[in-house]
Design a binder for this molecule. Sequence first.
Ligand code: PHE
Length: 339
Amino acid sequence: MLEKIEAYLKEIESFSTSSKEELEQFRIKFIGSKGLLKDLFDDFKAVPKEQKKEAGQKLNALKNSATEKFQNLLNNLSNQTESKTENFDYSRPGTPINLGSQHPVSIVIKEMCDIFSRIGFTVKEGPEIEDDWHNFTALNFPEEHPARDMQDTFFINSESQHALRTHTSSVQIRVMENEKPPLRIIAPGRVFRNEAISARSHCIFHQVEGFYIDKDVSFADLKQTLQYFAKEFFGKAKIRLRPSYFPFTEPSAEMDVYWGLETETDYKITKGTGWLEVLGCGMIDPNVLENCGIDSKIYSGYAFGIGVERIAMQRFNIPDIRMIFENDIRFLNQFKSVI
Ligand code: PHE
């Protein structure tokens, strides 16, 4: 019996086929219910006691080897048939890929950066956690300015030395400290204010900061640049600058774009005035330039800060600012077609 097992083992090991029929023959011959293995197991009963152990082990090895061989060959055969491409219909539509979409805030920021890049501005970013110097002091905020109060700012340590930046104007300081004029920078980013959350305001939002520092930069340059932006971004050329106040600009202004009052939505988004409030701006205060080591007798500059969310809401008809931060997939999916 042992010789028989040896012989079958050799036969099994050397067997190979690429035809289904031959493989089926192999299965019937060895593993099938009337196959050789069955016979051997029947014979096993008659094996003398002393030989049972060895014969049993060999028999089991033979059985394993036969089933393994069969399985391997079967797998090979089915792989081959799968990869057969003769009958493949190349005109079939492909499997759709589930594409993501850009966030409405990203879409607006990208477009703003593109518009300013076209007239020579370079994109820069700064940290979201800022120190008092970059967020307030260097920007000419007096010691007692209410914006330093816990009401408005998220301080991150008890000594109040570090806070989540309340505006992107801190990037002005970072760039001015490290680079020499002429500077023409656009700085998008996330900002934080300790404010009550409602449909129209949030404690997190985004700004796009822009500034230009060179010899002889004037308010006329600022106005012209903003006019260009309004035309490119909103497609509207009529703007107005209202006097305003910021500690780091003098004079300061707020810019409105004339939106019109043609539809009911126009009334809603402009609060019935026809004018859409878009950004804060002004001529950089000489104190700020000096704080950063730039000679204010030689250089002057302008700066502006655009609020992103309100513009995104207006552009995409988003009724509630909170939707922008919830990341509900049903909301985000709606921006697939925009880019
Ligand atoms: N930083 C100001 C704000 O947060 C906006 C601003 C930027 C105003 C630059 C003037 C110049 O509202």
